[in-house]
Design a protein around this ligand. Structure first.
Ligand code: FMN
Length: 187
């Protein structure tokens, strides 16, 4: 199984990347390969001027491992009550309409504030819905990320840590189920 964890911002030293790296260790504990891909590596300079729909080799190189994965885990911060602009830019440079078609996706929100990027995740899920992704219902929201998350220990709230562990274990099963032929005919 080939999963990708998308760190959903280009902000230097972002918690999204720290959380992504931690979540990768949880997948490793389940013997599942989940590579972290950060949107800080999206080739933004190659799309200046609005090159939508054009073949841009640097963009293809960045996006192909993502759209060819078996499942995606998005780690999304909250910027101005929404998800970061670079995440929308990334989506707007994906092949349309097939890039996310039936793609299993899980979501983790993280923010400095109290709501753990609930708004950001739900707004992004509207796009995932429009693009016919298979959205895994167990979501995790990490509030006050600077004090409630540790890069080695994980989440200080045992209940939220349990939710995160559960998401990891059950998303693996969800991706496996999505590969089942009968399921494929249904959705
Ligand atoms: C442009 C910008 C807007 C932000 N807006 C919010 C916000 O609306 N709500 C919030 O809780 N935190 C907000 N934050 C703080 C982030 O939640 C904080 O940086 C946190 O560490 C998660 O983002 P990160 O993954 O970039 O580190 C904002 C940060 C930036 C850079």
């Amino acid at each position: 199984m080939d999963l990708k964890i998308i760190s959903g911002t280009d902000r230097p030293n972002a918690y999204a990347l720290k959380v992504s790296n931690y979540v990768q260790t949880l997948y490793q504990q389940q013997d599942v390969n989940a590579e972290v891909i950060s949107l800080k590596d999206f080739p933004l300079e190659e799309v200046v001027g609005g090159l939508y729909g054009k073949n841009i080799p640097a963009v293809e190189k960045f996006r192909d491992p993502i759209i060819n994965a078996d499942g995606l885990i998005f780690v999304i911060p909250e910027y101005n009550g929404s998800f970061p602009g670079i995440l929308k830019v990334f989506v707007d440079y994906l092949p349309f309409p097939d890039a996310f078609e039936k793609m299993p996706m899980a979501f983790i929100g993280e923010s400095a504030g109290a709501f753990g990027a609930l708004r950001s995740v739900e707004q992004f899920q509207m796009i995932a819905n429009y693009r016919n992704a298979l959205q895994f219902p167990e979501r995790v929201f990490i509030s006050r990320v600077k004090s409630e998350f540790d890069e080695v220990e994980g989440l200080s709230d045992p209940f939220k840590q349990k939710l995160l562990n559960s998401q990891v274990q059950n998303f693996i099963k969800f991706v496996e189920a999505s590969q089942n032929k009968e399921m494929d005919q249904l959705v």
